[in-house]
Design a protein around this ligand. Structure first.
Ligand code: GDP
Ligand code: MG
Length: 441
């Protein structure tokens, strides 16, 4: 994912000042790969990277974050902004019945989404909803909507194969008015590919109904094609929003960025499953994080920046890199830093791969043990801390007495120190994440 890619290229470079052009270019190459993997359309990637580059150039590297983390923060912010910034609600501000027209390719999820939206409007907004199918080519499609409407408990207006779609919609609208429905959702026919007849038909429906919402329904799993389809629909229809479906099957979320960029229209909902209640309001920030593949890494970064004295950690990492001896004072420093971070647990939960780390931590009563460790090291002499091999039986007894513990616990600490020292040797290069993982093990 992008987070690990960026730490590879950037975390070796440290320092104060601004992100350099060289650093930004290196990071942008990784970003490009990550977006390609997320299946974002090519022209969209280029635009997006240009924006990120422009913004990253002015960014100052603070003391607490690495260049990689700073860059990631810029990407996350830009991605969220490009995806619309904040959630945009469905617009129903019109003389009822508010008409919602569903447009999109066959199989994109129009009929399913019509049912989901009807349920959502009924339950969340307490609206009275009527649905109608203008898919006059497939009897099964009309029947499908009838069943869905029955399942979610909203009214369904009958239609038949061969009728004129515009006439059906107008009849349904008259019926909606008559029964004082708040919302009329018009499901339409799609083709398997963009085709002129379909476009003419949907454009005619749109012109006749002048809906308050013309929603483009698009399958997120179609990846690169989603952008092309979006362009075709946006060209003939004044789209007001997008429903991105089958997001449950697509872990990458790249279609969201493509579709938003190409249509310029807000994504309003996500379809996250086949059932009628599997509809979510779209939140740009969540999808941004999904595209970056980083779980809750940004809040982790913030937390780390707040609580860890990065400079000290860096000194330690540098020392290790230079193959200097890792002694008990370094060990104590580590312990103090971890204590300083407070709840280790909440921090670790946010790391990608958290479960493994937690499993490792399970047997250790970290907080208590760390405090004891620090107390024991405090009662050693400087010489003992630098040369732990000096600590034999007599010294152990003295240290134990000084710290108010048993000799056994001094032994335990020394073993723990040795294990840590061995492990630190294996940590090839610094980096806070590695350091922390090291501490946890
Ligand atoms: P339409 O031709 O545009 O009306 O598409 P449908 O609503 O008939 O949906 C086509 C297929 O996609 C059906 O099998 C749906 O169950 C499935 N589908 C629709 N939305 C979602 C979704 O959000 N997640 C999943 N997993 N499947 C969906
Ligand atoms: Mg359908």
């Amino acid at each position: 994912n992008l987070t690990s890619r960026l730490s590879r290229v950037l975390d070796s470079i440290r320092g104060q000042g601004r992100l350099t052009e060289e650093q930004i270019n290196a990071a942008s190459r990784e970003l490009r790969m990550a977006l390609l993997e997320a299946d974002v359309a090519l022209p969209v990637i280029k635009d997006f990277i240009d924006k990120v580059k422009a913004r990253a150039l002015g960014v100052e590297i603070t003391q607490s974050l690495t260049p990689g983390q700073e860059f990631l923060r810029v990407v996350q912010q830009e991605l969220t902004a490009t995806l619309g910034g904040t959630a945009e609600p469905l617009n129903l501000r019109t003389q009822p019945p508010a008409i919602i027209l569903m447009a999109g390719l066959q199989g994109s999820g129009k009929t399913t989404s019509t049912g989901k939206l009807a349920l959502w409007l009924k339950e969340r907004e307490k609206k009275k909803v009527l649905v109608v199918s203008c898919d006059v080519y497939r009897p099964a499609a009309i029947e499908q909507l009838r069943i869905v409407a029955g399942n979610v408990g909203v009214d369904w207006f009958p239609s038949q194969v061969g009728q004129d779609p515009v006439a059906i919609a107008q009849d349904a609208l008259a019926q909606a008015r008559k029964q004082y429905a708040d919302v009329l959702i018009v499901d339409t026919a799609g083709r398997t590919t963009v085709d002129e007849d379909m476009m003419k038909e949907i454009a005619a429906l749109n012109a006749a109904l002048t809906p308050i919402e013309t929603l483009f329904v698009v399958d997120s799993m179609t990846g690169q094609d989603a952008a092309k389809t979006a362009r075709a629909f946006a060209d003939v229809l004044p789209l007001t929003g997008v429903i991105l479906t089958k997001v449950d099957g697509d872990a990458r979320g790249g279609a969201a960025l493509s579709v938003r960029q190409v249509t310029g229209r807000p994504i309003k909902f996500l379809g996250v499953g086949e059932k009628s209640d599997r509809l979510e309001v779209f939140h740009p920030e969540r999808i941004a994080n999904r595209i970056l593949g980083q779980g809750d890494v940004l809040s982790l970064i913030e937390e780390t920046a707040r609580k860890v004295d990065q400079e000290k950690a860096q000194k330690l990492a540098d020392k290790l890199k230079k193959n200097k001896r890792f002694d008990l004072e370094d060990f104590r420093e580590q312990m103090l830093q971890v204590q300083n971070m407070g709840s280790m647990q909440s921090l670790i939960e946010k790391l990608p791969g958290a479960q493994q780390i937690q499993a490792q931590l399970k047997n250790v009563d970290t907080e208590k043990q760390m405090r004891r460790t620090v107390a024991i090291i405090n009662s050693m002499t400087r010489q003992e801390r630098h040369f732990p091999d000096l600590i034999k039986a007599a010294r152990k007894r003295r240290i134990a007495a000084g710290a108010g513990v048993e000799v056994q616990q001094v032994n335990q600490l020394l073993r723990q120190f040795e294990m840590t020292r061995d492990m630190m040797k294996k940590v090839a290069s610094g980096g806070m994440a590695k350091l922390m993982r090291g501490l946890a093990g």
